[in-house]
Ligand binder design. Structure first.
Ligand code: BYC
Length: 312
């Protein structure tokens, strides 16, 4: 079929809300954009295990340790669903992982900030998972079937993550003055980086227009950021936590909470490798990959032996 006609048919399918499945024809740019986004998302889940994993041995009680262990394990699972979704587009997982390890692939800016106290674990659940839910509830309705389905499963688990994080902060906020101070300090450090997770303003987002045209993204970065703020301000008020932005004021006209301009220079530095923990995160991933080499070799050998046995 003629290329122009194929594209027209594809765009009609998208417009009518149909879901695209792996074996159906798709434009090269659609495939490339999905591989970029899904692989960045997968890397974010895997790198995102590091700041929290670092606190498993220091969790303040067995109950907290069990919840944190389960959460970090869930993040690994999300990475695996997402690498599988990316593979349906014809890329191999080891190529994507090589790109992460050699520093050419991006992962979420937020994981280049350090988790300095136990309260940071609460704030990561409350803010970071909360932001991820806002973004991924939209992606669960995107036009590419395997990515939409992966996000649906991920969101169910992220809801539990967010609740356990909010509960940690609510508990600290009702605790001793020192505990309250620790919670407030973590909120102060994570608030602005969390808002930047949604990506640059729409006016500076080179990918949004194309992604929205193909219903990979259904909403722009600014709309999702605003939704997260609108959901989170009342949650902070309910537990007497202050958000570190004096300009957060309810705007009667728009029905939304106004907020201060964000420091986009910081964002671009972090995503270009100059954030507080970029080097540490990559070093940890490289070491984990190296330490896991024997497992990969053993499973390959086992799979080959099974194949030979089946032929015999
Ligand atoms: N960090 O044109 P734009 C989680 C890049 S993990 C780094 O607006 P787009 C969790 C962007 O890639 C949640 N880079 O891009 C895990 C682009 O550069 P390239 C992760 C960012 O794609 C463990 C450039 O800036 N979620 O939930 O339209 C524990 C221009 O941006 C970021 C996902 O990955 C950023 N924050 O929109 C707890 C969801 N923002 O690639 C929790 C899937 C922008 O052209 N991804 N950039 O060189 C998306 O929804 C979209 O890709 C984004 C960006 C909203 C992130």
């Amino acid at each position: 079929m003629d290329e122009v006609l194929r594209l027209k048919e594809f765009e009609e399918r998208i417009e009518s809300g149909q879901v695209i499945e792996p074996k159906q024809w798709m434009p090269d740019r659609y495939r490339k954009q999905l591989i970029r986004m899904i692989s960045q998302h997968a890397h974010s889940e895997i790198v995102g295990m590091l700041p929290e994993g670092n606190w498993i041995t220091r969790a303040p009680s067995l109950r907290r340790k069990m919840a944190l262990l389960a959460k970090v394990q869930d993040e690994a699972g999300h990475g695996l669903y997402l690498y599988s979704a990316a593979e349906t587009l014809g890329v191999e997982r080891h190529h994507l992982i090589d790109q992460l390890l050699c520093g050419t692939a991006k992962y979420s800016s937020i994981f280049n900030y350090p988790a300095l106290s136990w309260a940071d674990i609460g704030v990561i659940g409350w803010f970071v998972d909360g932001a991820a839910i806002v973004n991924q509830t939209m992606l669960a309705k995107c036009s590419y079937g395997p990515y939409a389905r992966a996000n649906l499963r991920i969101c169910k688990e992220e809801s539990f993550h967010k609740k356990q994080g909010y509960e940690i902060i609510a508990t600290l906020a009702e605790g001793t003055p020192k505990q309250k101070e620790m919670a407030q300090d973590a909120v102060n450090r994570w608030w602005f980086p969390t808002l930047m997770m949604f990506g640059p303003p729409d006016s500076d987002s080179p990918n949004s227009a194309e992604l929205m045209k193909w219903r990979i993204k259904l909403k722009g970065n600014d709309e999702l950021r605003q939704r997260f703020i609108d959901l989170t301000v009342p949650q902070a008020k309910a537990i007497n936590i202050k958000l570190p932005d004096p300009q957060i004021v309810f705007n009667e006209q728009t029905g939304h909470w106004d907020y201060s301009p964000l420091n986009w220079q910081e964002f671009y530095e972090v995503i270009s490798g100059k954030g507080p923990c970029n080097k540490e995160r990559l070093k940890a991933r490289k070491q984990a990959h190296e330490n896991g080499r024997w497992v990969r070799l053993a499973s390959e050998a086992y799979a080959s032996k099974k194949q030979i046995d089946n032929l015999a």
